[in-house]
Ligand binder design. Structure first.
Ligand SMILES: [Zn+2]
Length: 300
């Protein structure tokens, strides 16, 4: 397996010899995905039947055009197909269904949240809550007065085990994910969503790579490049050594040139991973002990 070879090579690099916890091999014990405590939220593990709810959202001043919607649907399908192929490569059963809202007529809102530093903002509970309230108003506009109503609807109509929301917003911005975080309300904040902007701030088009990356965040994946919540400044160099193609490192423009590495696979429920290895990459705002199942009854 290439990963093992890469890990062995990594041990020889001086940069990774200093911190003792950075030792990556040999793995003493793996924690099977089935034994990991479930996280909270609608996007728990990316397995089984997964429902995506995609919503086209705009303001009266800046509507989606039919061609733009067609293009967004196309890259959404690309991302979905890529994720399913990655799962099947690892023999993980995964079936994804995406249902679109606002396809004929946009969901109209007065304003769209935009953040220059979404990783910092989403770590701030007040900003997170403001985004969650905005999501609640969008879901209400498509007929679900409570977020949990959408969760129940996808379970009932599509038999979904897990679900996520793609908010396709017609404004430039840096896309980001809103996974359920500790301290959130297990009723009002249950539905996990990602903001997908129609383009980047500099005008670059949003691609399937962005959608796949943000979707995996919802299921627990961590960034493998330097962000505000990274534990170590050399995270990208380290990831480059052992997960060079990982979509959470995201160094290639084309999604088809990337994959889901062992760490990301573990985090989204696709496999086992030695604790030492994933701990090296654990962001500062992710507790060592995952959230337990005590209030996860809503998600069953
Ligand atoms: Zn990211």
């Amino acid at each position: 397996m290439p990963l093992l070879a890469a890990s062995a090579l990594l041990l020889c690099l001086p940069a990774f010899c200093a911190p003792p916890e950075a030792a990556l091999a040999p793995p003493p014990a793996a924690i099977p995905a089935s034994e990991q405590p479930p996280r909270l939220g609608s996007a728990d593990k990316l397995i089984g039947t997964v429902c995506g709810v995609a919503i086209f959202i705009s303001t009266p001043q800046n509507r989606w055009t039919a061609d733009e919607k067609r293009d967004m649907r196309a890259i959404a399908r690309e991302a979905e197909g890529w994720i399913v192929r990655q799962a099947h490569r690892r023999h993980v059963p995964l079936h994804m269904n995406t249902v679109f809202f606002g396809g004929d007529k946009d969901v109209s809102v007065d304003w769209i949240p935009v953040s220059d530093q979404p990783d910092k903002d989403m770590a701030n509970m007040a900003s997170y809550k403001a985004n969650a309230r905005w999501l609640t108003s969008v879901l209400s506009a498509i007929g679900f007065s409570q977020p949990l109503d959408l969760w129940e609807w996808t379970k009932k109509t599509m038999g979904s085990d897990n679900m996520h929301v793609w908010l396709f917003v017609k404004t430039p911005g840096r896309s980001y994910a809103m996974p359920f975080v500790q301290g959130s309300d297990p009723v009002h904040d249950w539905v996990e969503c990602t903001m997908i902007y129609s383009s980047y701030r500099d005008g670059q088009p949003t691609t399937s790579r962005t959608i796949a990356h943000e979707t995996l965040h919802l299921y627990g994946a961590w960034d493998l490049y330097l962000t505000a919540s990274a534990r170590r400044p050399d995270i990208a160099d380290h990831a480059q050594q052992i997960y060079p193609e990982d979509v959470m490192l995201g160094k290639y423009p084309d999604l088809e040139d990337m994959d889901v590495g062992a760490l990301t696979a573990y985090l989204i429920g696709w496999g086992a991973m030695p604790k030492e290895e994933y701990d090296w990459f654990r962001p500062v705002d992710v507790p060592e002990t995952p959230v337990g199942p005590t209030t996860n009854a809503i998600g069953q």
